[in-house]
Design a protein around this ligand. Structure first.
Ligand code: ADP
Length: 482
């Protein structure tokens, strides 16, 4: 990390109650690009996390007593510091996560945007007055911070998944204890260093590291936690949601997806291809809104496949720090092995791989982008999240058929489709069972719009004016003036 202009951003201790804290045991963090050791972070014990939660609870009284405007000023300082540190934060992220540096910096901008947005939204937490049913009553509501929050975040967006939860929590007047993924703790700890510099008081923003399963227990069961927010797989989300049920915590869950990308016969094919590249290969295909299944109408299938193949053949796989890299290493070798199981199943059932010509030797955490054709519903790859740079193409013939196929999944996070017919645009958008729909675009995420899924893709919305609601409770006041 000696390439950082501010070496203070590289922290190998947890940040709890305004202190940098170690532990007897540690976890080693490696660079997925070359498997070199980057450093270690503490493997905290459950008792240390319990203490962090208690301290966060004690600190909340002072923070929530500030005016929203006072909290906003502090959050604005955090936002400014994150933006000013973009080069260092980008390097830290690429080193631990693997994504190309320009994408890492893009994520830092995206992460900072949530801090800016919620610094403002915190000032607009309005209650209401309600016409009474008894003449002498005066009814109103106020919104109050829900209490101490906890969060568990994934490795695919090491910065943005933290600020998307922490910024609304802090703006609302809550404190938060966050456990980042063990693969990518350094970005989270750098954000904590900047939070300290910004003047966020001790105990309000805390980052704990350690064994996920062990620390998941206090973060989902401690009675002083009122709200738990998770981004990760549906499988783990289900377990953590059950754990939260024991103390009736409010939960937000951003879970897995199985995004369809439908190209209708009236689509602008060049635009569809350009959007497909972003929606499929961003972050090496490791995002929950990445396309899992391409459905292409029979009459435009050949044209789409030809143009898409030409673009995919230009993608370069390599170390994310190299400027020419489009796809960095996958997070772990195990992730690639999971993809290989899905590939083998599809190939055994009749799918075919297209030769691209730009393949490199697949070793360690590197996998080449792949296009799989002759895919059908019998293959597991259509139903499970690929989370890697493999595009699967399915031919379709009519709208009802493709809608039924697109909706035939337990997931409902993002969906994309391409059509220039305004009647079809609304018809299809309304019938797709997903929380977010990209129409003639493959890029939908930003701080101002509600991000979240339906079905088993999760609960709650992040970002937007809805994103702060999960960190507030509505209190009803009934005054009798007779
Ligand atoms: P991914 O496939 O993105 O790694 P996971 O759901 O496995 O998705 O992981 C998301 C986050 O949840 C990570 O921070 C991981 O450490 C954490 N995690 C995984 N399993 C558990 C568990 N049993 N209890 C608590 N946290 C967990």
């Amino acid at each position: 990390m000696n390439t950082l202009s501010n070496p203070n951003l590289f922290r190998q201790e947890c940040y709890i109650n305004g202190q940098w804290v170690g532990a007897d045991e540690s976890i080693t963090v490696t660079n997925p690009a070359n498997l070199a050791v980057l450093g270690t972070v503490p493997s905290l014990g459950v008792e240390q996390v319990n203490t962090a939660i208690e301290q966060a609870h004690a600190a909340m009284a002072g923070w929530s007593a500030l005016t929203a405007k006072e909290r906003s000023k502090i959050l604005h300082r955090w936002f400014t510091l994150i933006e000013a540190s973009i080069d260092d934060l980008g390097i830290i992220m690429t080193l631990e996560q693997g994504k190309p540096l320009h994408e890492a910096k893009g994520e830092i901008r995206y992460a900072a945007s949530f801090v800016e947005w919620f610094a403002e939204e915190g000032k607009r937490v309005y209650g209401e007055t309600i016409p009474p049913t008894v003449g002498s009553n005066r009814l109103s509501t106020i919104k109050q911070p829900i209490g101490v929050c906890s969060a568990i975040t994934p490795w695919n967006f090491p910065a943005a998944m933290i600020t998307r939860k922490a910024a609304p929590a802090l703006a609302a007047g809550c404190s938060i204890v966050i456990k980042p993924a063990s693969e990518t703790p350094f970005t989270a700890l750098a954000l904590a260093e900047l939070a300290a510099q910004a003047g966020i008081p001790a105990g309000i923003f805390n980052v704990v590291t350690g064994n996920a399963r062990a620390l998941g227990e206090p973060l989902t069961r401690h009675p002083l936690i009122s709200k738990f927010s998770f981004t990760g797989s549906t499988q783990v989300g289900r377990v953590l949601s059950e754990q939260c049920a024991s103390t009736i915590k409010k939960t937000s869950l951003e879970l897995g997806g199985n995004a369809p990308f439908i190209v209708f016969d009236d689509a602008d094919i060049d635009k569809a291809v350009a959007s497909a590249m972003l929606a499929k290969f961003r972050n090496g295909g490791q995002t929950c809104v990445c396309v899992n299944r391409f459905y292409v109408h029979d009459t435009v299938y050949d044209e789409f496949l030809e143009k898409f193949t030409a673009r995919v053949a230009q993608l370069r796989v390599g170390n994310g720090l190299e400027q020419s890299t489009d796809i960095g290493p996958m997070i772990t070798r195990r992730a690639i092995e999971g993809m290989q199981v899905l590939l083998d199943d599809a190939l055994a059932k009749g799918a075919r791989l297209i030769e691209l010509g730009n393949e490199i030797e697949e070793r360690d955490n590197y996998i080449n982008p792949k296009i799989l054709v002759d895919v059908d519903d019998s293959m597991n790859i259509v139903h499970e999240e690929i989370f890697g740079p493999i595009a699967t193409l399915i031919r379709f013939h009519d709208e009802d058929e493709v809608l039924a196929q697109a909706n035939n999944t337990i997931f409902g996070l993002a969906a994309y489709f391409f059509s220039q017919d305004v009647r079809r645009v609304y018809r299809v958008a309304e019938k797709l069972e997903s929380g977010m729909v990209g129409i003639n675009t493959g890029m939908i995420s930003n701080e101002v719009a509600p991000f979240g899924g339906v079905k088993q893709s999760g609960l709650g919305k992040e970002g937007s004016r809805y994103g702060i609601e999960d960190y507030l409770t509505v209190k009803y006041l009934c005054v009798d003036i007779a």
